[in-house]
Design a protein around this ligand. Structure first.
Ligand code: NAP
Length: 248
């Protein structure tokens, strides 16, 4: 059964990793996919081709999620190209890890801008469309680190915790218009973001996972599929941990 037949979706940061996994699973479920990148043009164009090959409409856009004006322009272009938007996935994110003692001000600001302000930018940009159609699903890619904290990631954890507060507030504000807003909190997912981590740190993370494996982008994509589709029509303001049981 295809759960998103004919739905139009925007995903930020889908040139690799979790975003790419979501784009592929959504296309397999019949969704038309608009997705962004900030610098990785070649893999983005490759993914665009792959998605079109699955029989859906797909287009990639270079757009910095941290920029309010670029987010507005992006949404206007997607509306023109796709004729509507049903689902927004705020997935773009970065890390700039360091102990607080060594964390530079610009590394704090950058992470907050790309991870958190981007969510404000994109949600504002799609809001009018969702209000007009009295329907929409917003999915924010938080992290279990935003729930429990993590040494060496004060900036990242703060941005991901901020996304949870934003998610719950938007769910309260827009619920009466049938606009849902939920967050996903991935645990340790095997992507380029986690490939940068020290082997020792990775071994410690793995040992702490009850299901005894790192997550795959598809594991997160399947949770997104649930929140994007009508299977979750009565669910809003929630944070779903997709972490192999790590936070249990
Ligand atoms: P990733 O492999 O590093 O991919 C990040 C994606 O975001 C790339 O497509 C990148 O595109 C894009 N991006 C970065 N800055 C951007 C910007 N300013 N504007 C638009 N796009 C931008 O990361 P990932 O592991 O897939 O993570 C995806 C999301 O899941 C992030 O929000 C991350 O915090 C969250 N998460 C990941 C894990 C994990 O274990 N991997 C765990 C919890 C949460 P360019 O290359 O073009 O910049």
């Amino acid at each position: 059964m295809k759960l998103l037949e004919g739905k139009n979706v925007i995903i930020t940061g889908a040139s690799r990793g979790i975003g790419m996994g979501i784009a592929e699973v959504f296309a397999e479920h019949g969704a038309n996919v608009a997705f962004t990148y900030s610098s990785s043009e070649a893999p983005a164009l490759q993914l665009e081709k792959k998605l079109i090959g699955k029989g859906v409409k797909a287009k990639t856009y270079k757009s910095n999620a941290a920029s309010f004006s670029e987010s507005e322009t992006l949404v206007a272009k997607v509306l023109e190209d796709f004729g509507g938007i049903d689902v927004l996935i705020n997935n773009a994110g970065i890390t700039k890890d360091n102990l607080l003692m060594r964390m530079a001000e610009e590394d704090f600001d950058k992470v907050m801008e790309i991870n958190l302000k981007s969510v404000f930018n994109m949600t504002k940009a799609v809001q009018r469309t969702f209000l007009k159609q009295r329907k929409g699903s917003i999915i924010n890619m938080s992290s279990i680190v935003g729930v429990k904290g993590n040494a060496g990631q004060a900036n990242y954890a703060a941005s991901k915790a901020g996304m949870i507060g934003f998610t719950k507030s938007v769910a309260l504000e827009l619920g009466s218009r049938n606009i849902r807003c939920n967050a996903i909190a991935p645990g340790f997912i095997e992507t380029e973001m986690t490939a940068k981590l020290d082997e020792k740190v990775v071994a410690e993370w793995r040992a702490a996972i009850p299901l005894k494996r790192g997550g795959l982008p598809e594991d997160i994509a399947n949770a997104c599929l649930f929140f994007a589709s009508d299977l979750s029509a009565y669910i809003t303001g929630q944070v779903l941990n997709v972490d192999g049981g790590m936070l249990t």
